[in-house]
Design a protein around this ligand. Structure first.
Ligand SMILES: C[S@@+](CC[C@H](N)C(=O)[O-])C[C@H]1O[C@@H](n2cnc3c(N)ncnc32)[C@H](O)[C@@H]1O
Length: 162
């Protein structure tokens, strides 16, 4: 029969690991291409994100090619301020952008509870929001497709946080 103390210790450490894993949201501001939003929903499901969102009017009610939106919650916000006001109180907003002052993602310690915001295909995130929150940049001399950038962010998080 297993020792009750070691069972209790194992349960405690698995609860602690679960608490540390936090949660993740990922989304696009003012996205233009419906298929990119669909790809984002798909990558979110693959990497275990807890929810996906879009901000702005141009967006996409697009579905992913594998119907990932049926198991991943998808939110739409009309404006950036409505989105910011809706971020869970215990989460960090992390901007993902090719910005001069951004932190190289390779050195970035992802917060346990993080909401990642990416910019539009034909633009960038507003400077104001980047100044007020962490902003990370991915390696490479040229911009990635927005859904691919989201994939890299989620993969980097997975490598560092499990
Ligand atoms: C296609 S990019 C924007 C392209 C850019 N405005 C241009 O045409 O030069 C769309 C979004 O993907 C994200 N992104 C792409 N490459 C990135 C990188 N190397 N580092 C951080 N974010 C990136 C950013 O959120 C960006 O706003």
């Amino acid at each position: 029969m297993p020792d009750p103390k070691s069972v209790a210790t194992a349960l405690d450490s698995s609860a602690a690991a679960r608490d540390q894993s936090g949660y993740v949201g990922v989304g696009i501001y003012n996205g233009r291409r419906t298929y990119n939003f669909g790809a984002l929903v798909r990558t979110a499901r693959v990497f275990g994100a807890d929810f996906v969102f879009s901000v702005g009017h141009r967006n996409p009610t697009e579905t992913s090619s594998v119907r990932a939106e049926l198991t991943t919650p998808v939110f739409h916000f009309e404006t950036l301020s409505l989105f910011v006001a809706s971020i869970p109180a215990n989460a960090h907003l992390v901007c993902v952008e090719l910005a001069a002052d951004a932190v190289d993602i390779r050195t970035y310690a992802h917060p346990p509870r993080a909401v990642y915001l990416l910019g539009p295909e034909d633009g960038a995130l507003p400077g104001d929001i980047m100044r007020q929150h962490d902003t990370v940049v991915l390696p490479g001399a040229y911009p990635l497709n927005v859904a691919m950038a989201a994939t890299v962010v989620l993969y980097d998080r997975l490598l560092k946080r499990g």
